[in-house]
Design a binder for this molecule. Sequence first.
Ligand code: NA7
Length: 534
Amino acid sequence: MTGGRHDVIVIGAGFAGLYAVHRAAAAGMSVMGIDAADGVGGTWYWNRYPGARCDVESVDYSYSFDEDLQQSWTWTERFAGQPEILAYLEHVADRFDLTRHYVFGTAVTGAAFDERTGTWEVRTSNGTQHRASFLLCATGCLSAVNRPHLPGVGDFAGEVYHTAAWPQRDPDFSGKRVGLVGTGSSGIQAAPLIAASAASLTVFQRSPNYSVPMPNHPWTDDDMHRIRAEYAERRRRSAYAPAGTPHTSPAGPAADTGPEEREAALRQRWTQGGVLFSKTFADQLTDLAANDIAREFAEARIRELVADPAVADDLVPADHPIGTKRICTDTGYYETFNLDHVSLVNLRREPITAVTAGAVQTTTSEYPCDVLVFATGFDAMTGALSRIDPVGAGGARLGDLWADGPVTFLGMMIPKLPNLFSFSGPGSPSVLANMVLHAEVQVDWVMALITEARVLGVTQVEPRADAADAWTRHVTEVAEGTLFVHAASSWYLGANIEGKKRVFMPYVGGFGNYRRQCDDVAANDYAGLVFTSR
Ligand code: NA7
């Protein structure tokens, strides 16, 4: 079935997708949005597991493009939970009348560029094809779910959930024995809440992660009043900051600090909470000795929180420098293991051999379970776009173009895929920055380019291969200078997905630096891009 022809198709209704639809519609373009979910929200639609919460402060993890929106929305907590973020996105969609552009409950199954007409042909799961001059892929960097292939998992007779595809109605765990597989951010956030209602919780841990307690609290009316009054300044400080948030830069290199100063800096960051702990010292992610100082501090905190020293031993990571895997932010995670009905299974000591109808079997024991919760993460950064596998000029497939790792120009464009733009994907700061500001910056950049192309009567725009190679080299070189690449097996590198090429995907050069380079390209007549008019 053939659907309509549009100026722009946007895949995704998360932060980037909604803003892209808004910008395109406001510019008078005909725009269609497509999302597999039944409503807006993107990652915040799907990840509705208990405890799901953002580790960036709510007042920063929100759109800045509309002053009235910013001034009128009231965030109730310093770190917002999933229901509140989803409610915010629903409010934004209503306020700017965005849902009328969308078809929901429809997945994009393929996309091909038709050189004859200069349009993308987008195939969907309901059999309809749509065409657009520009294809904007706001498909999310943490959206392609990673389901573990455990032997026998299909035989399990109880309930099975994945944190990233959580049912609309919360499952009831009362009186049930729950097995939780995975101890990244999702597992770490979910565990305390599952433990609060389940008869027992068994946490199956392959690799421990570092987690910093989240110092969450409700915003008072006075807090919100003050934040609203200072919003412009707050946004100004974030605009070109290393992580796109207003927080101050770290202390100097660890070696330049005395023991007391060090301890004070670490305590301050630990108390401040969240991912910022990974940047207590300027050299913490580039120098192992500096990292060790922060790592030892975190280890001591874990040991203070966990009553049983043997359990604490298992919970302390020993396989990566702190911060080289996404640092987690928790509410009562370590304390959960002090509860009598919660146990930890170290899968490095006793790997899972099978799942049976009523249990998880390891090399040494059997753990009866009524419910299995998988918190096993995502095929991050490339997964969602790779599953669509767009086919560009001359039949070039993304799967082939990225066979040796993703190649992009500024993380947004791909040679041989003209008029296709990807947001928060590989080659951009993405998950290392405030994703909402990041989305606004990328969408604004792309909309300016599309507007310019339309004014000039340009029908096709794509990056030169050498420009994309140079950017991708730069992304790699910057990463090589850090501990991220060789000291950890993280999803940043694709290491969590079997057979995935190991390439460090996010741009670690900092959000501000990245944004300046995007600005420069635009100011320099889009150097690196090829414009074609038919
Ligand atoms: P993550 O961070 O990728 O964590 C997934 C967890 O699941 C991690 O502990 C994995 O262990 C574990 N895992 C994955 N596959 C298996 C199998 N087969 N068996 C046992 N354990 C497994 O995903 P999250 O959803 O927690 O968080 C993703 C991001 O979302 C997070 O960083 C925030 O930015 C938001 P592994 O480490 O691979 O040994």
